[in-house]
Every structure is written in structure tokens, then in C-alpha cells.
Design a protein around this ligand. Sequence first.
Ligand code: TYM
Length: 336
Amino acid sequence: MQTILTGIRSNSVLTLGNYLGALLPMVRLANKHSESYNINIFVPDLHSIISDVDGDLRENIIRTIKYYLAVGLKVNENVHIYRQSYVPAHSELCWILNCVATMGETSRMIQYKEKSKGQESCNVGIFDYPILMAADILLYDATYVPIGEDQFQHIELTRNLAMRFNNRFGEIFTVPAKTSEQIKFMGVSDGIRIRDLLNPEKKMSKSTKAENSKIMLDDEPAKAAKKIMSATTDSLGKIKFDMFNQPGVSNLLQIEALVNDAPLQDVISVWAGETRYGELKKKVAESVSGMLTDFQAKLAGISDEQVYELLENGEKYSNEVAGAKLLEVQKAFHLR
Ligand code: TYM
């Protein structure tokens, strides 16, 4: 069976960007394929500690797993849920891959450049982040890794490391699918990047200070609707999907399509020729507040016990699978 794998850091309550770019696509894929694929959903808690955590990390992790269940994840014996730090093979493979990766390729990662801003005081974890991510993926021979567009460069790095390793030692790792194939598999027309509501040139991010720039998953639905109504658009006066010239309007069309599970092209056609941005905002605000009402009600009904039971089973499974793969790698290096 092939494997679909993904993770979301739990540094705080998540945003609508995480929801539409990562949670929802993963749950849709998992529910569609869990009879014929392994579905691995894990919380990269070691990735969390590269930066500050809002609140208690352990509580945040439990909440993140509840998010998947509240979005509608159906769990069967092929669905495995675990925490990265409970599977020590991740850190160990990370070290070994550190000795395969080059400074050059790792320094080129956009996320590293943005987060470090060239400062020497930036922690080494920020630099090493994509190598740990590669270990997360390669330990389980994952083929598909549903993630938002900002993470595609890390998938390409993972593919390069896997190919380099296999060339040297034989076919030990499954090389994950190319990003173009990942997009096709996710059933979206392009990589997903939900934009900042006030500054749509940027992605929506939990770390942005301005409240109205982002929708948090615990926002009151009415408050979220207001944020959509105050989103930045433009002065061109036509509703068109054009991320380059009209990123604000295009972002709203994208959100509307994803929330309603409708093909983006259909939403674009419905609004083609329309000029009133207020009408579009009203419709998107309704869609988002409806989605949040439903999501928050479901979230409140999920207990911590349910999550701990899933983790117990998932961590038993992941330690077995990851431990076996790590042993193959250790043997390749004559460490065993
Ligand atoms: P994190 O927590 O930074 O992001 C989690 C997921 O949310 C997506 N995302 C967005 N998608 C669309 N629009 C946005 N505005 C937006 N903001 C965030 C991210 O693309 C991501 O899919 N490095 C991963 C965590 C990770 C991982 C892995 C993922 C660690 N190891 C192995 C897959 C496989 C990350 O970006 O987390």
C-alpha cells in the first residue's frame, strides 16, 4: 500500500490558511483513499520548538488532532496518528540525512531565508527544519504529502535527498511524487496559498500581528465574517481570478471554492462579469461563518480520551515502521 502523509505544527490555534491549505485537503484525501492507502497524520512537535509556542505545547497538540476529527476524518485501521517526538527514529534519521544534504541546497530554502532574515543569531533548528521534514516523510516511504504551496520547496529537497541516497546505497527510500503530481492528486488546480486579508500579496499566517489580516479557527463566526467584509480588494471594479493583478479578489474566490468543495473554475464562472465586490464579500463571509459554526460545534464534542487512544495505537505503529526503515539506513552506513 502506498502512503499519504502530512503534519501541521501546533504552535497556536490554527488559521483559515492552515484549514483550507492543509487540514481540509488531507481529510478529503484520507476519507477517499483510506481503504487503499496508509494515511499518516502526525504532529511535528520537534518542528514546533524552532520558535515560540502560544500556550502549552501538549494541549496544542491534542487540539490539532481534534481539528482533523472535527473536519470529518474517518478513522479506520489504515489511519495512523502520532507525535513526532514520540518516535525517536525521526531525529536519528534527520542526523543521518544531515550528512547527505549540502549546506548549499539547505541555505537556498525560502522559509529558512525568511525566518532567519540573514541573522547569525537564528537557531540551527530553523536551518535544519527541512531535513527533519525529509526524515518525517522518508521513514514511511510516503508517496503523497498534501501541504500548502509554501512547503513545495521542501518536498523537492526531500526528493533530491532520497534520490541521492538511493543512488549511493540502492533503493532504500520511496521518492515522493513531484509537486505537479502532488497537486493533481490533491485534486486542486494549483498549489493552495490563502492570502493575508489586509495584505493579499502575503500568505495568511498565524504570526502576522494585525487581527483583521487572518481568520483563526476559534474566531466567533460573526467576527470572521466582519474580517472578510473588511478584506482588501482593489480599484479595478471587476471580479476576475488574477492572483498577480487582483490578489485580494482572487483570494476571496479561492476561499469560496475551497470552503464549498467546489471547483475553482465553477466559482470563477459564477462571478465572471460581476462588478460588486461587496456582494462577493457577503457571500464569502456567509460561507466562512457557516463553516466555522459547524466546525466549532464538532470540535467541542471531541474528548481528550478519544485523542489519547488514537495516539497510543498510532505511536505503536509508527515506531515499528520507522524503526525498521531506520535500521535499513543504519545498515547502509555500516552503523549496524
Ligand atoms: P506549518 O505548521 O507551518 O503549516 C501547516 C500546513 O499549513 C499550510 N499553510 C497554508 N496553506 C495555504 N495557505 C496558507 N496561508 C497557509 N499557511 C500554512 C502549510 O503549507 C502546511 O501544509 N513543515 C510543515 C510541517 C511538517 C510536515 C512534515 C508536513 C513537518 N514535517 C512532513 C508534511 C510532511 C509546515 O509547514 O507546517
